[in-house]
Design a protein. Structure first.
Length: 217
């Protein structure tokens, strides 16, 4: 019987690499993107900082591997991706409502995603630019469907979506960082969160029902 080659060293290396990648997320949650340095990451992983250079070359490569491995926006979309695939260009309001409300809940409960978004809007880096570009690709299929449904109507669904997404980001970051009211609403409480979700539904309903023809005088 042929003996299997010893895999201990290989397994130890892979486990150490995974610990370092996971440590990036823990540092982001506890210290934010400004805390992403070799000392903090290696300390969180419980490993020698020299392993970062040995396994990843640079700390930027390590961080990039972590960020690219976290499909926040896919996860936040829930079943919307499948809904888009099955849609024929009808009732896209339902998809967008589901997508935005799911994004609100996911973003509110995911501390890592909150810190990643703060990183995106606070510092210009190649990694964050590419992540933003990839996020934009997720909306292409939806807007193609909504364009079909809203053809001939003076409805800028992209602008409405942009305002709603930006509002979601700000409301959550405000609530998490200050723990205070915003327009007398506390989304840290279920009733406050439900009010925002209902507002999203109402805004989309009114937007889709504003049947103004582009050629109307």
């Amino acid at each position: 019987m042929t003996k299997k080659p010893y895999q201990g060293q290989f397994n130890d290396k892979e486990k150490s690499k995974q610990r370092l990648v996971e440590a990036v997320g823990e540092v982001i949650k506890s210290k934010g993107y400004t805390g992403l340095n070799a000392t903090n990451i290696s300390k969180e992983a419980g490993l020698d900082r020299k392993l970062i250079s040995l396994y990843f070359g640079t700390i930027d490569n390590l961080i990039e591997i972590y960020v690219r491995g976290k499909d926040y926006w896919i996860a936040a979309s829930g079943d919307a991706v499948e809904m888009i695939k099955e849609n024929k260009g009808e009732n896209t309001q339902q998809i967008l409502e589901f997508l935005l409300q799911n994004q609100l809940s996911y973003f509110f409960n995911n501390e890592e995603m909150q810190k990643i978004v703060l990183w995106q809007i606070s510092q210009t880096t190649q990694i964050m630019k590419e992540v933003c570009d990839e996020r934009e690709l997720l909306s292409l299929d939806f807007f193609a469907l909504s364009d079909k449904e809203l053809e001939g109507k003076n409805i800028d669904i992209r602008a409405v979506s942009a305002i709603l997404v930006a509002g979601i980001y700000y409301l959550v970051l405000h609530a998490k960082s200050t723990d205070s009211l915003f327009c007398e609403i506390d989304i840290n409480k279920p009733e406050g969160m439900n009010r925002i979700k209902e507002a999203i539904r109402l805004i989309l309903k009114n937007t889709y029902n504003s049947h103004v023809n582009v050629n109307a005088s």
